[in-house]
Design a protein around this ligand. Structure first.
Ligand SMILES: *Cc1c(COP(=O)(O)O)cnc(C)c1O
Length: 384
């Protein structure tokens, strides 16, 4: 057998801190490495594989579309793309009527930023401290973390940061030059910080009063993760632009900026080669159908509650706080998370960090209760 780790180390221009494991196979909420070790996956490709790895419906849809047509330029209509768009609009908030399709989350955010500037003819944006929106220049400019930003300046001008869940500070920052406010309903990378309902309702009102485009970034929270199809449903509000990606197509690269009638962008002002190609759209249809047919939102809600109740039954001395909305779970520790993640992986559970001290879990929403029990047991072993 080839030594894949050294092979990849030799040729990859690597940008990720690595764990010394070669993952080769997945099924449902399970992963296997090249030595045959089995893991319970509480990362799901960073919140991507919500419908489970090697989901049969998804695999079938991809195979069938691959045999038919993989690429189609944006200057033509396409059967699969039109059907996917209809499906997407049917599950996103009711005020959203049209979607621009891209290849990733960061591209969806780029589009949202451009659309907001074009629509309002204003320049500035307000984003939240500890918020994360992507790594390309526009999205990075809306991202708070200093380590991601420094060394790459100058970024896009016009971005201001205010504390999350603090309406007073936000309304002080908003003025006649504010084009958009961009927020995550639950901050993912920033440590699983759950948005406050009254805060988000007040933000919606402020945006209406001041002609500000409200961009909700549901790239991580969207598609049933938090116990609703979209997390903004917890707050009973609707955005002007919803950015989505990650779980949207079961792991195929697809992102979208889903827009209300308010948003304008003329033909010829934006574009993409791969974005929303027939292959990813076929995957998107299969993924969303699976979510609806299997009530994944309800499952996420119930499993999140089950996990919470279960873990509160244990005395965990290394834990400061546990935060969750559905199956978006953050365990804030009194110490650095990285060594504990490695320990947890040796015990057969793969999880993620969210910052230096938060252990983040985004398992496939199809994870079964037996595996959830096992995860709690293993967490107890390393956190007691
Ligand atoms: C992951 C993520 C992004 C970036 O998505 P990519 O597909 O990695 O570009 C943007 N916003 C949020 C909230 C995310 O979780």
């Amino acid at each position: 057998m080839r030594d894949y780790i050294s092979l990849q180390q030799k040729y990859e221009f690597d940008v990720f801190p690595k764990r010394d494991v070669v993952l080769v196979k997945g099924k449902g909420a399970k992963l296997w490495d090249d030595k045959g070790n089995e893991y319970i996956d509480c990362a799901a490709g960073i919140g991507v594989a919500s419908i489970g790895h090697a989901n049969e419906k998804l695999v079938e849809a991809i195979k069938a579309q691959a045999e038919k047509l993989i690429t189609c330029p944006g200057i033509f209509y396409n059967d699969t793309k039109s059907l996917f768009l209809e499906k997407l609009i049917s599950v996103t908030p009711s005020n959203l009527t049209k979607a621009y399709l891209a290849n990733s989350g960061t591209e969806a955010v780029e589009a949202a930023i451009k659309f907001a500037r074009f629509t309002t003819k204003k320049k500035n944006f307000i984003a939240a401290m500890r918020g994360f929106h992507g790594r390309t220049y526009g999205a990075l400019s809306a991202t708070f973390k200093k380590e991601y930003r420094e060394d790459f300046e100058p970024l896009v001008p016009g971005f201001t940061f205010v504390p999350y869940n603090n309406f007073e500070k936000l309304s002080e920052a908003a003025d006649e030059n504010t084009a958009g406010i961009i927020l995550e309903p639950v901050q993912g990378e920033g440590g699983i910080n759950v948005g406050d309902k009254d805060y988000f309702r007040a933000v919606r009102k402020l945006c209406d009063e001041k002609n500000i485009i409200l961009i909700l970034d549901e790239i991580q929270t969207g598609f049933c993760r938090t116990g609703k199809m979209f997390a903004c449903e917890h707050f009973n509000i609707q955005p002007d632009i919803l950015t989505v990606a990650k779980a949207i197509a079961g792991g195929m690269p697809l992102g979208a900026a889903v827009c209300s009638d308010k948003i304008q962008i003329p033909v010829g002002k934006h574009g993409t080669t791969f974005g929303g190609n027939p292959l990813v759209c076929a995957a998107g249809i299969a993924a969303i159908d699976f979510m609806l047919e299997n009530n994944l939102a309800e499952q996420a809600e119930a499993k999140g509650k089950y996990f919470r109740e279960k873990i509160y039954g244990y005395e965990l001395s290394k834990v400061r706080e546990i935060r969750n909305l559905g199956l978006m779970i953050g365990i804030e520790l009194k110490e650095k998370v990285q060594p504990l993640l490695i320990e947890l992986m040796k015990q057969g559970v793969i999880a993620l960090p969210a910052g230096a001290t938060v252990l983040r879990m985004l398992p496939p929403l199809v994870i079964d209760y037996k595996d959830l029990d096992k995860v709690v047991e293993k967490l107890f072993e390393i956190l007691k």
